[in-house]
Design a protein around this ligand. Structure first.
Ligand code: ATP
Length: 201
């Protein structure tokens, strides 16, 4: 049977890298962040609804300016709820349509940063969290050009490692080299996921 795996982790923990490794091994990989950008691209239903709700001020060169939109909802829970009310159902729809297109023993890995926060855990057959010590994450993200203050603000807004681990069936640790991470991912792919699939059949 198709196995649907939720992949979470804090900012800069290495979710995308783990997603790439799973894709190389043969999983179908979806990224919730990427889908949430796609569903409000120009020409989409989501685009029309966001502009109808928030006005032309959030547009830049005809596209939704995600930074302007983020500023608009920052610290304003009513505005945030309105935006999420548009985007979340569209993201879910895109996810479910991919899930429905799979067959046989396909594995779908869904990268979702806020899995522990949004109560989405029940949708998955198995949950993996990528946990990386904060100083390591901070150093890697700084290399990518992020500012320490922005990293701290994001970390504060996210679930704690304990909260993520409490919903996860497996913890991938990413304090070492990419090769070490790859070996862990291979272990999960070869030793953990097939057993779960057999148990479902
Ligand atoms: P975000 O929360 O921002 O989406 P993420 O959890 O998807 O991040 P990645 O983008 O995979 O994390 O990794 C964060 C950064 O750390 C990237 O620049 C990535 O190349 C780097 N990185 C990830 N794992 C390692 C590693 N084991 N060694 C060195 N650099 C790494």
């Amino acid at each position: 049977m198709v196995l649907i795996v939720g992949l979470t982790g804090g900012i800069g923990s290495g979710k995308s890298l783990v997603g790439e490794y799973f894709a190389d091994l043969g999983a179908k990989v979806l990224d919730a962040d990427e889908i949430s950008r796609r569903v409000i691209e120009r020409g989409s239903e989501g685009f029309d609804r966001v502009v109808a709700t928030f006005g032309d001020a959030i547009l830049r060169d005809g596209d939704i300016d995600r930074r302007a939109l983020a500023e608009r909802i920052f610290g304003n829970s009513a505005e945030r709820a309105k935006l999420e009310g548009i985007i979340h159902p569209l993201v879910r729809e895109a996810f479910e349509s991919t899930a429905a297109s799979l067959s046989g023993d396909d594995v779908l890995v869904y990268e979702i940063p806020l899995l522990a926060e949004t109560g989405a855990a029940t949708r998955f057959d198995f949950i993996i969290t990528v946990e990386t010590d904060l100083p390591v994450r901070t150093q890697r993200l700084k290399k990518r050009g992020l500012l320490a203050a922005d990293i701290e603000a994001r970390v504060r807004a996210q679930a704690t490692p304990e909260e993520r681990m409490s919903v996860a069936g497996y913890v991938l640790t990413n304090n070492g080299t990419p090769d070490e991470l790859l070996r862990e991912v291979e272990y999960v792919w070869e030793k953990i996921l097939p057993g779960l699939q057999r148990a479902q059949n």
